[in-house]
Design a protein around this ligand. Sequence first.
Ligand code: MF3
Ligand code: CO
Length: 249
Amino acid sequence: MGTKRPDEIEKIRSACRICKKILIEISGLLKDGLTTFDISEFAESLMEKEGVKSAFLNYRGYPGIICISINEEVVHGIPSKNKYIKKGDLVSIDVGVVKDGYIGDCALTKAISPVSAELRKLIDVTEESLRRGISKVKDGCRTGDIGWEIQTFVEKHNFSVVRDFAGHGVGKSLHEEPDIPNFGTPNTGFRLKENMVIAIEPMINLGGSEVKILSDGWTVITADGLPSAHFEDTVLVKKDGFEILTSVD
Ligand code: MF3
Ligand code: CO
């Protein structure tokens, strides 16, 4: 909920840059025939090389280094040696790292070619909804302004917003106040202030918005079994706008 000091922001920025670098690097390795565990092992070795730790491992008992969610899996898929990536899949990767006690959190979705135009559009609309949500961020804006922006864009394209999970504040903890829902009403919700840090993370479904959790206690899947996409960035609230902290130059 709180605003961050300059020294804290610098540490979060540093964690975020490494986080995005690792996310981009492992997303480039995705291919038909690898398991989600293979990808997680690459991520683990990159984290070691960068001197950071997974922010997800053991968080509320989560058993993985990263999350990899395929097709109807929305988020929080646990890397597995039995889960193969194949052509036509939508693969969402979510990476969180801790460096010097501060966290960075980001995610993206990639298609394993060939995929239908409809699935490409789902990915593009989800990424663009994140961009639009981020564009609303500045001192004094409210969480409902961000949610409205994401929701209206997504629904215009006849996709649906997952409502059971939201973005969140980021700092020493992975999930801090406030929640950043991906739907809402303008001029309602928590009022953001300069020097707050938030993760915005739309989870967008091809079909209906309902989700359920698998018996592993983590994997979130769509209730109708249709595919879902997910993008996430960690963002600093500035006086007149924002800085995307999870970016590489
Ligand atoms: N970026 C995701 C989130 O904020 C990843 C959390 S995975 C968890 O919900 F296992 F750590 F919970
Ligand atoms: Co997050």
